[in-house]
Write a protein that binds this ligand. Structure first.
Ligand code: PLP
Ligand code: MN
Length: 374
């Protein structure tokens, strides 16, 4: 049970927060949620369904819903269950779920909320139909199309049509539309190159829509795009929905999407931090050691930045240690604010998000959707 102990209580000053702790600046989080709303006003008819994989937290989802989101995207069942449990009435699982155990959980959720899911396999679609029929629910199907990520998804055009036809013919399921997401594009650094990359996505999506139309199938739902590219998908006149996730928190990797062209790349603020403490300064002329290693901050997209200390560099010190160089002015006990390299897997390491305003803890939210992927 100790793992679930909160790192602080409401009203605590920063110094009383046990570290390492995942801390969100509430003013910046709220500003990011508002900025997405404003950004989307430019694209009438295009909905925003933020991705929960970033925060896995019903409190943040409710904030996004209040700002106009039509529902939430989830990557895992645990995330979807946490959201529905937290009052979200419409969840879209942007991931293939395989096997009766998972599909029964999926169908149970469909008793409480509108549930959609991506599919790229006929036998899996048949299984979803069987479970939904058995349990007396309807599950909405979005065919996942491979628009360049080369991960899941059927190829654009005809392969998508045959699965869509199957979805219209089976009981317990409906054909909702197509899912056309390319994750690599989000992190292409220059705006122009990112825009060109999305043009390819749009071409493959349009090709699939034309094939569906030729087969007599209506496709009113086309979804995709993340924080790095949603402006382009939203402006394409092809997409009806975008799925940005990271914009609520941002991270050091997304900061490398340069605002070279002076446009929207940095419209979102870095709101998420890992609060750490210097635990050793024995070699302080050369380095100090933080109580935050790779079990406290994800390193898959590069090391964290040190907030307001661009002169200092984080190096991995193993599971439980982070090394900072040169670090000479940081005594034992001083606090260091890390900006994670990658927000999503960092959040997944914590049970709690500490919400901070004006230097005091305002809330401590559970990361209810966390887990390895089930
Ligand atoms: N949609 C899907 C299917 C994703 O896998 C992701 C993230 O990986 C997103 C949306 C959100 O992307 P981002 O966090 O870059 O906004
Ligand atoms: Mn990510």
């Amino acid at each position: 049970m100790l793992a679930y102990q909160k790192p602080c209580t409401i009203g605590d000053p920063v110094d009383d927060i046990d570290t390492p702790a995942l801390v969100v600046c509430l003013n910046k989080l709220e500003e990011n949620v508002g900025k997405m709303n404003t950004a989307m006003e430019k694209y009438p008819g295009v909905a925003v369904r933020p991705h929960v994989k970033t925060h896995k937290c019903p409190e943040v989802a409710r904030m996004q819903m209040r700002a106009g989101a039509v529902g939430m995207c989830c990557q895992t069942l645990t995330e979807a269950e946490a959201m529905v449990g937290g009052g979200v009435a419409d969840v879209f699982i942007t991931n293939e779920l395989v096997g009766k155990t998972k599909l029964r959980r999926l169908a149970s959720l469909a008793r409480q909320a509108a549930v959609s899911i991506t599919v790229d396999d006929a036998a899996n679609l048949q299984d979803i139909s069987d479970v939904a029929t058995e349990m007396g629910v309807t599950i909405h199907i979005a065919i996942e199309v491979n628009v360049g990520q080369d991960r899941c998804g059927v190829e654009p055009g005809e392969p998508a049509v045959s699965l869509a036809k199957l979805a219209t013919s089976l009981p317990g399921v409906t054909f909702k539309g197509i899912h056309c997401y390319n994750g690599w594009n989000q992190h292409v650094r220059s705006t122009e190159e990112r825009s060109n990359a999305v043009n390819k996505v749009v071409d493959l999506t349009r090709k699939t829509l034309e094939a569906l139309k030729a087969a007599g199938l209506e496709c009113p739902y086309v979804t995709g795009g993340g924080t790095g590219t949603f402006h382009f998908e939203a402006a394409s006149k092809v997409f009806t929905e975008v799925q940005p996730g990271s914009y609520v928190f941002m991270d050091a990797d997304y900061y490398k999407n340069l605002a070279r062209d002076g446009n929207f790349d940095t419209e979102f603020l870095q709101s998420l931090f890992v609060l750490t403490t210097v635990q050793s300064a024995a070699a302080s002329g050369e380095r100090v050691v933080l109580d935050a290693g790779l079990k406290a901050v994800s390193l898959d997209s590069g090391v964290p930045m040190l907030s307001q200390r661009p002169d200092l560099t984080y190096h991995s010190g193993g599971d439980n240690h982070g090394i900072v160089t040169p670090g000479g002015d940081l005594p034992v006990g001083s606090k260091v604010w890390l900006i994670p390299g990658h927000c999503d897997p960092t959040v997944n390491l914590y049970d709690w998000i500490v919400g901070l305003r004006d230097g005091k803890v305002e809330c401590v939210w559970p990361v209810s959707g966390r887990g390895p992927g089930n």
